[in-house]
Design a protein around this ligand. Structure first.
Ligand code: ARG
Ligand code: ZN
Length: 847
């Protein structure tokens, strides 16, 4: 029944839209939407419109009701035959009624805490009225809102405001997915921005009454974003006003609607006592992301949804650059690689693997993935590295001038780079069209001052793609001499073949290769390297990513050995000892090196090496290793813990965050020795949420959190976002044996408002991240999780489908676990009336 959509089937829409006029009479149960669409076609064609769940009251062409015989309804589609249409230009108008209150999907027009809001990407607009709901149909919008709500917002510039009515005009042609409307009892914090060419812009961040004092950081982040895009990309804002609204019920992070960005409130609201450093960093990054979409998404959009990474990959790349500039580039790169590996590599190595530009899908909402977003960004990073910064910005200028106002494809994007640089990017384009993470194997030979490196690339088959021709892989490397000096600064090799050699001559002593500096390509590395060589890199490498990676690999090797019941870890413990001596000089980096690889990552590393991971053994190995590290370096850790105590009032900046990250990284290790004594003290005295929540996590893991959790709950019972943390920390950090029971008990509470996606994700997402708890051998974790997915699906298919990814690694575990995971998945798949979203996901995961 569910039809697959194919990229190859794309056809241009046969009409242009000259203008779209919408009128809303808002009411929770019966909202009326009147539309007038002025269309123009060059030759006779059927008018095809999308609509879903609409109560159609009237359909007219040039004011005349369309005859019943000329309205052909088929699923979510309405066709008016060419013969019933005038030649040239005409107006299609519709009147429909919709029910925002009953809309639990959080797609289209819905209510969140009594406030009307919309989410139209990807195909939500069809739930509002009949329309060509596809990204390549662009039009200026004129919107009238009638409602008693005090604040009435839509895209573009305000044109009229009187009691009960507001009118907005957006002059920039846009597709329907960028439409937005908000109506509610909101208050704003206000500011101004003057663009580089002197145009004034009014800025408003809209929140619920009482939340104003937590919206200031978002406003500052917005202004920084606007300035940054002018300075780095030469892109200015293009309307008189920029509105940003926080809503509590939202499926995703945020949405770049033209001139009216709508955000999940957790990505707007922050104060020292309610938000962690990580929250602040995400808020800044996502505010940047949505703002940068104004040019990469809104002014230049996508021709069809297969091209999603055209806007998302590029905008993620831009937000990563922004965060690097605002904070520490080295730390940001390491964090981004950690996320990429944990989410995108995992996706690419499992049943859901797909290219950044897929060529078919059933439900587009299932393709807002790590591959489209994060790998899409990596591909641009590779391009930039291959051509250099100057050529990169030259190509981007060409992209903006050539394609402004258009709906584009990856082919258009590639062509811009070919034209700007004169390069042939045919082979490079495979990064967009081919799924899978290449494995890059490097072997070395040393002969009388010459080091020869042999590289081999292999990509395993992925669902539906068996042939994997070689790709262009930029390999940034340097050489470190045994005395720690750099024998060769960063050099970029360009691999294009399956196997290739490179030689470096006139070297005094055999150096250690610092390989894939800055993580110059999203590949899995295979190389033989001794623990001494890793320790040399950790001590002396000039590239912070490969330096961190050396320590990380030492830790991972140790954990793998220990999970198999072997000994290991001396090399890491010694190397860390040296690092700790000067740990305070670069606290963020030291903290990153002290954080042991997570249990999930250890499991993946084991299955990479052909072993079946045992989640319980992994959990014990990681605990045991942490305790041993702490015992060895107790004094140094305790010294750093004390030294990194707050030295002034909380500031959410990179310097303060770096100190706190080292303080907490030390605490994490020390808690394995003191059973949470320090954490208990810190929980009591901490004046910021970062330290407080860090301490709480340790207490939960140590099984000593009962009183602290209760204090925390009493203090924050009225703050939804903080209570999400309260739910999350308990399912995430509970001991594996008790996690299912703890999660079930929490889920039975009255304040587990499971219809709110943040709350649902906090409890269930936290639980799925509890590796050994979720993968409990008796299958209780899978069953509990599946029960909740089945319960949520009829209300909110998007969030349900997304959360199915907890199961994407099920085949790497033992036969017993596999059988239980399969049973849970099969049970979901067999649920009567399962949504298209969830159905596609479980089918692919089971395949
Ligand atoms: N374009 C938004 C962003 O990247 C994401 C919206 C996705 N929404 C969805 N329902 N799939 O910021
Ligand atoms: Zn985006």
């Amino acid at each position: 029944m569910t039809a697959t959509q194919y990229l190859a089937d794309w056809q241009p829409y046969p009409f242009n839209i000259l203008e779209t006029r919408l009128e809303f009479d808002l009411a929770p149960k019966g909202t009326k939407v009147r539309s007038e669409i002025r269309l123009q076609g060059d030759k006779p064609a059927d008018l095809v419109l999308d609509g879903a769940g609409l109560q159609t009251l009237s359909l007219r062409i040039d004011g005349v009701e369309i005859a019943e015989t000329d309205r052909i309804f088929e699923g979510e589609r309405l066709t008016i035959p060419a013969a019933a249409l005038p030649e040239g230009s005409f107006t299609f108008s519709a009147e429909v009624a919709i029910d925002p209150e009953a809309n639990t999907t959080l797609e289209g027009l819905y209510l969140s805490g009594g406030m009307f809001c919309t989410q139209c990407e990807a195909e939500g607009f069809r739930h509002i009225t009949w329309y060509p709901d596809r990204p390549d149909v662009m039009a200026p919008f004129h919107v009238t809102i009638r409602s008693e709500k005090p604040v009435l917002l839509s895209n573009g510039n305000p044109v009229r405001r009187e009691p009960g009515l507001a009118e907005w005009h957006d002059p920039w042609p846009k597709p329907s997915y960028l439409f937005a409307l908000v109506a509610g009892n909101l208050v704003s914090i206000d500011d101004h921005f003057t663009t580089a060419s002197g145009a004034p812009v009014d800025l408003h961040v809209w929140v619920r009454e009482g939340d104003q004092d937590r919206a200031g950081y978002a406003m500052e982040a917005l202004k920084r974003s606007m300035r940054w895009d002018e300075e780095v990309y030469g892109r200015e804002y293009d309307l008189e006003v920029f509105n940003l609204v926080a809503v509590d019920d939202f499926n995703m992070g945020a949405m770049e609607n033209k001139g009216l960005n709508i955000f999940n409130s957790k990505l707007v609201l922050a104060s020292a006592d309610t938000a962690t450093d990580l929250d602040y960093e995400r808020i800044e990054g996502v505010i940047g992301h949505e703002y940068f979409h104004n040019w990469t998404g809104d002014r230049i959009t996508c021709r069809d949804w297969f091209q999603l990474c055209l806007k998302e990959g590029l905008t993620v790349f831009r937000d990563q650059q922004f965060t690097s500039d605002m904070r520490s580039a080295a730390v940001k790169r390491i964090q981004d690689v950690q996320t990429l590996r944990a989410r995108q590599f995992r996706e690419d190595q499992g049943p859901l693997s797909h290219p950044p530009r897929p060529d078919h899908y059933q439900e587009i909402n299932n393709f807002y993935t790590a591959t489209v977003y994060e790998k899409g960004a990596e591909v641009i990073g590779m391009l930039k590295r291959l051509i250099g910064d100057a050529e990169y910005y030259k190509a981007l200028d060409l992209y903006f001038t050539r394609h402004d106002g258009q709906a584009c494809t990856i082919e258009d994007w590639i062509k811009v780079f070919e034209d700007a640089t004169g390069r042939d990017l045919t082979q490079f384009k495979r990064w967009y069209t081919d799924a899978g993470t290449p494995e890059l194997t490097m072997s070395e030979s040393w002969n009388d001052g010459t080091l020869t490196l042999t590289f081999r690339q292999d990509t395993a088959p992925t669902p539906g793609q068996t042939q994997k021709p070689p790709r262009v892989i930029p390999v940034a490397l340097g050489l470190i001499s045994p005395n720690g000096d750099e024998a060769l600064p960063t050099t970029v090799l360009e691999l294009t073949e399956t196997e290739q050699n490179f030689s470096f001559h006139h070297l005094g002593a055999r150096p250690v290769v610092s390989l894939l500096r800055g993580f110059s390509a999203p590949v899995v590395l295979r190389r033989e390297i001794s623990a001494e060589a890793q320790a040399l890199l950790l001590a002396h490498d000039t590239d912070s990513f490969t330096r961190w990676e050396a320590g990380h690999d030492l830790a991972l090797d140790a954990l793998i050995a220990r999970a198999r019941g072997e000994h290991g870890g001396r090399a890491y413990i010694d190397a860390i000892g040296a690092l700790l001596e000067h740990g305070a000089e670069d606290p963020a980096f030291t903290a990153l090196c002290l954080a042991l690889p997570g249990e999930e990552e250890i499991a993946t590393a084991l299955s990479d090496r052909g072993q079946i991971p045992d989640p319980d053994a992994i959990h014990r190995a990681r605990d045991g290793f942490a305790a041993e590290i702490a015992a060895t370096h107790q004094d140094a850790l305790a010294r750093l813990y004390a030294e990194m105590a707050p030295n002034g009032p909380y500031q959410p900046d990179a310097e303060g965050a770096a100190r706190r990250s080292l303080r907490l990284a030390s605490l994490v290790l020390l808690s394995h020795l003191d059973e949470g004594d320090r954490a208990l003290v810190l929980f009591g005295i901490a004046e910021n949420m970062t330290e407080r929540f860090g301490a709480l996590g340790q207490l939960v893991a140590a099984g000593r959190a009962r009183e602290s959790l209760e204090l925390f709950r009493q203090e924050f019972a009225k703050n939804r976002l903080v209570m999400d943390k309260w739910f999350m920390v308990q399912t995430h950090r509970a001991s594996p044996e008790t996690a299912v029971e703890r999660a079930a008990a929490l889920a039975a509470r009255d304040d587990f408002d499971w219809k709110n996606p943040n709350r649902f994700r906090a409890l269930l997402g936290g639980f799925a991240a509890n590796h050994a708890g979720f993968h409990r051998a008796d299958g209780a974790g899978y069953d509990f999780y599946a029960d909740w997915l089945i319960k949520l699906d009829p209300l909110n298919p998007q969030t349900t489908a997304r959360m199915c990814t907890a199961f994407e690694t099920w085949r790497s575990y033992d036969a017993g676990r596999q059988e239980k995971a399969r049973a849970a998945l099969t049970r979901i798949a067999a649920t009567p009336g399962l949504s298209r979203n969830t159905s596609e996901m479980v089918t692919r995961i089971l395949a």
